[in-house]
Structures are given as structure tokens and as C-alpha cells.
Write a protein that binds this ligand. Sequence first.
Ligand SMILES: NC(=O)C1=CN([C@@H]2O[C@H](COP(=O)(O)OP(=O)(O)OC[C@H]3O[C@@H](n4cnc5c(N)ncnc54)[C@H](OP(=O)(O)O)[C@@H]3O)[C@@H](O)[C@H]2O)[C@@H](O)CC1
Ligand SMILES: [K+]
Length: 501
Amino acid sequence: MHELLTTKEMAEADRLAVLRGTPSIELMENAGRAVADAVGANFGTIRPVIVIAGPGNNGGDGFVAARLLGERGYSVDLRLLGDISKLRGGAATAAKRYSGPVGPMIAEIPPGAIVVDALFGAGLTRNVDGEAAVAVSAINNSGAHVVAVDLPSGINGDTGAVQGTAIRAAETVTFFRKKPGHVLLPGRIFCGMTTIADIGIPSSVLQDIRPRLALNQPSRWAHLFPVPRVEGHKYSRGHTLVVSGGLSSTGAARLSARGALRAGAGLVTIASPRDALAVNAASNLAVMVREAEGAEGLLSLLSDRRINTVILGPGGGIGPQMRATVMAAVRQDRTMILDADALTSFGEKPNELFTELKNHPESTAILTPHEGEFSRIFSRMSKIPSVKQKLEATQAASHETGSVILLKGADSIIFSPDGRGVISENAPPYLATAGAGDVLAGIIAGLCAQGMPAFEATAAGVWLHGEAASEVGPGLIAEDLPEALRPVYRRLYAELGAVLS
Ligand SMILES: NC(=O)C1=CN([C@@H]2O[C@H](COP(=O)(O)OP(=O)(O)OC[C@H]3O[C@@H](n4cnc5c(N)ncnc54)[C@H](OP(=O)(O)O)[C@@H]3O)[C@@H](O)[C@H]2O)[C@@H](O)CC1
Ligand SMILES: [K+]
């Protein structure tokens, strides 16, 4: 159930289901019933229901729900946008089967009503305006409990963006699989709680559609998650190197190092400038500290081939020294997590980095920008859309650079250059705190160090980070996150049925 289907793929699922023998009207009947059931599940006592129906099949679902709710004893007031004679296909059939009165668009919602929002779903093609926009604002201002059909009207199913205006639903009933717009912000917030109803589309259609997007859930990467073995030793669990900033900015590297260690890296070393050696050494026990000044210092440490992952950026400083250090690492064929300052340092000259990465295909880069950093490094690349179109932008950035890209946020997006993408929805709000990104870079590196491939390690790292934050709860500070990985790992291994032999 974790695949995400674009609106185009959803229409294809619909078409294939019909081809395989389920008539389209049956899908619509099932969709409308799921909506009526959702209304019934919430409110056992009969309350007035207002169904707002649009001119397409979303409206058709609304007609079915209206008929069934009427049969179940609800007093239903159905309002249609446009002319009933213009309805086509399944929507026209559903309207014929509904015998109640059909009123014009509504501008006021009586108190205590439940609203079924069947105005627009996957077929929203432009901004909501006119009578529809008036109805949306009346519904939003009424405080009514809104059950949205497929998507809250006004939310773009592919991007989660608000097109003009949108209904704020308490719950959304969607069909077969979620769409990106249910998970990406702000769409996810407008959906309220989203449930998926089975309307008779066989899951075998996915073999033809081959969706590239999914929710970031363990089902996406569990088969590659490292399981420690009793016969293993610290070297078999990889070695992560974290490049530290100078005396006044060592905290970020230390947070990354702790994240990598807790994620399971066998060894973690902080590469520290001389002036920061004492402070780095004094505040770490299991993490080793070695002196390394700039690119040359890093190169000398990387002569140890057992170091298989390098984190650059957390607190490392912005400028030519960081650029030179990153370029040196790229030439050493390692897996690199490039975060924060390592990205910003290339803001003026992104091609310098991307050309070097292309010239060293044996190196693997994972870029972990938040939106601001993403803009800084990619805004000069014409083939990459603005970060406002975050899904497309992340996918294009990954394709163009041949790197795994993690666009960090409450709806973190991760793309692999081969076109696979996942969207995360488990980050609690209190995760937005100083240093949390540094820990995340460490967790991802720790998983890569143990041999997990870059895309899966990044997805798993983001998921673990969100789970660890929920484990801590409100009041979280970044230092809590590595420590909270222990119960999360325990649960995950139990769920995976992993034998920690
Ligand atoms: N796929 C499936 O498996 C199943 C799908 N099902 C349901 O079908 C829904 C998709 O149906 P759909 O394709 O007819 O699109 P829908 O959302 O009704 O909107 C299209 C209509 O709205 C109009 N319109 C658009 N934007 C507008 C605007 N801003 N302002 C004004 N008008 C606007 C647009 O007009 P046009 O662009 O053609 O001029 C057209 O008339 C899907 O969400 C789900 O609920 C289920 O029945 C079961 C199986
Ligand atoms: K809707």
C-alpha cells in the first residue's frame, strides 16, 4: 500500500481495472460507499449532510455517497457546480440514480452540518475561483466536519499545492493508493487524516504502471538494512570520517559522529583542525579524533582504505578550503554525505562539483540540502525547476547530478538518479531544531558504512531520524536523537524478524 500514484497513473489504474473486468460505474459506486461509510463511522447520530458535487467523476462519487446516506436516514442537501445535463459517463449515471433535489452552489453552511467535499479530485486542472471559491471559503469558515472525496478540493494531487484556494478537511477518503499530494505539504495538512479505500482495482495493475514514487516506509529498504552478525567485527561494519570545523564550530561534526556511531558504523573518526583537537578529543569517548588540516589533511587520512564514508559540511565552514576538501574527497572514490556548508560553498560554482562527480563515477555522493541550500546550489542550473516545485526539482537534481538528493523538510523527498523516489511523512514538528540535520547526516553515513546502498540508506536514515524524534517527543534537542535510536532499532529489528545472531 506504500506506492504513490500520480493523477495520470491513477487514471491508468482506473482504465486497467475496467479493462480487467470491473465496470467504471462499479468503481464509482464503491468509492461513494466508502465515503458514506466514513461519514457514518464518525457520526452514529444522524446529522444533516451537505454534499458539494463538482462537474466530473469526483462529483459522481458525491452523488453515490448522497444516495447511500439518504438511504441510511441522513437528511442530505446536494449542491452541484454547473449544469446536471452536462455530467458525463459514470457521473451522469450516478446523478440519475440519485432521486433527491439538486441545488446550486452554496455560500453558507448551517451549523452542525457534515460536509462531503466532492467538488474536485484528481481532475483539478486550474485555480479554484468564482462560485466554487465562495463555497470553499464558506465551508472553511463554518467549522463543519469535512470528509473530502479523494482529495480536498483545490489541492493538486501531484504536488500538494493549493490551487487558488482549498478545502480544509478533517478526513480524506482516497482510493486504491495515495497520491503525492496527500503526503507533500501543504496538501497533507489540508487532507486531515487520510484513509485508503479498496474500490476493486486489483493491485496487479501496478505491475503495468510501475510507479516510481512511494511513501518512505521500511518496506522500501528493509531488505537492504544492515543486520549485525555475531561473527562480525568493527571493521566489517565500516568506518565513517566526519570533517570538523575549527575551534568555534565543532558541535555539528560531533553530532554527526554520534549519529553515525549509533546507526551502527563500526568506527567513527573526526578529522579535526589542530586548534579544535583538544575540544573534539575531550568530548568524545568511542569516537576517535585525528588531526587533519584542509584537503591535504583529509587526503592523508583517506589513504586508509577502510574509511568508506565521509561526511562533509556540518560546521565545516563556507569557502575555498571547503571546496578544495570536497573536491579532494570526490577523487578518492568514497561514499560522501555533502551537507550544509559543503553545499553552500559551491553556490557560485555548482558545475565545478558536478563535473568532478561525473568524472569520478566510483564515488557516490548524497546531497542533503534543505530548501534554502537547494536553491543556492541548483538555482543556476537551467534544467532544474525552482525548489517550489519540490518533487520535480529533487528528481531533476538527482538526474542531472547522478547523486542521491535528499530535500529536507517536514515532507522530506529522496530521489535516486535512476528515477526512484520516496516521500517521508513521519517527521514530528519538534524535529525542526538546531543540529538535527547534522545527526541525520551521521545516521545516513553510518548506514552507508555498513554497506547499505546510498538511496536506501538515505531513505532509511530519514525514517529512523523521524522515528527517533517521535520517541523523544516534545522538548527534543539534537543530542537526544542518536540516543533515541536504540529503541527504534529494537522495534525495527523485531518487525523485520531479523535474527541478531
Ligand atoms: N481514478 C479512479 O480510479 C477513480 C476515480 N474516481 C473519482 O474520479 C475523480 C477524477 O475524476 P475526473 O477526472 O473527472 O476529475 P474531477 O476531479 O472530477 O474534476 C474534473 C472536472 O472538474 C473541472 N475542473 C477542474 N478544475 C476546475 C476548476 N479549478 N474550476 C472549475 N472546474 C474545474 C473539469 O473541467 P474541465 O477541466 O474539463 O473544463 C472537469 O469537469 C477522482 O478524484 C475520484 O474522485 C472514482 O469515481 C473511482 C475510480
Ligand atoms: K474533493
